[in-house]
Write a protein that binds this ligand. Structure first.
Ligand code: NI
Length: 210
């Protein structure tokens, strides 16, 4: 898409459809890779995506993937200034877990920012609290986050029509929107489209969480 700095910003609908397209492309990419057998884990063809991370939580404590061994991680990448998709997704995730009863205690929902410039530990910590006391928000330096995004095949980039300067702080970030379920052993189990309604997401999670 050509960069046209003088063009007005995208309408909400335009932004949404672009995010949906990005998500579908990313999702299709994962499915193709699974189908092609590029990723394998045990007897089942599941996407061997994800990997180690060492990031910072809202209380400024360092958090690593190893902290959650023995539990499931439900990971979502986004950013706190996201106008629509991220808050909706986090709401559905919270609601899905609330529907799962005691099984939800086995699942740690984690929101990892793709916008570390604005999402300081304090900002992301306050943000996730508004959705659920279960939710952990993680941030880091760009150098810490880049390899994590790569491991999870995350697409994220400032929207060309809003990123008009490095010091401008009202940009939006286009990003893929996928929920990743990681098992108690730290291996990837499944991924879901983030626009699943809570009831359906709870059902899907229930297939994996014991
Ligand atoms: Ni978002």
């Amino acid at each position: 898409m050509p960069i046209t700095p003088n063009k007005p910003g995208p309408t909400k609908r335009g932004g949404l459809s672009r995010i949906l397209t990005l998500t579908l492309v990313a999702f299709a990419g994962l499915l193709v890779a699974v189908g092609a057998g590029i990723w394998h884990s045990g007897g089942n063809a599941v996407p061997d995506i994800g990997g180690p991370f060492k990031l910072t939580a809202g209380d400024s404590k360092t958090v690593t993937d190893a902290d959650f061994r023995g539990r499931f991680m439900l990971i979502y990448f986004g950013y706190t200034f996201c106008p629509d998709v991220c808050p909706t997704t986090l709401q559905e995730v919270s609601s899905a877990l609330d529907r799962m009863g005691s099984k939800a205690d086995r699942v740690q929902p984690i929101f990892i920012t793709v916008d570390p410039k604005r999402d300081t530990p304090e900002v992301i910590g306050q943000y996730v609290k508004a959705f659920s006391p279960r939710l952990i928000g993680l941030t880091g330096t760009p150098a810490e986050l880049a390899p994590v995004e790569k491991e999870f095949r995350v697409y994220a980039a400032p929207s060309p029509s809003t990123a008009k300067g490095a010091d401008k702080d009202d940009y939006t970030v286009d990003h893929s929107s996928i929920l990743y379920l990681i098992g108690p052993d730290g291996k990837s189990l499944a991924f879901f489209r983030a626009d699943l309604p809570a009831e359906k997401l709870a059902t899907e999670l229930g297939r994996y969480v014991d």
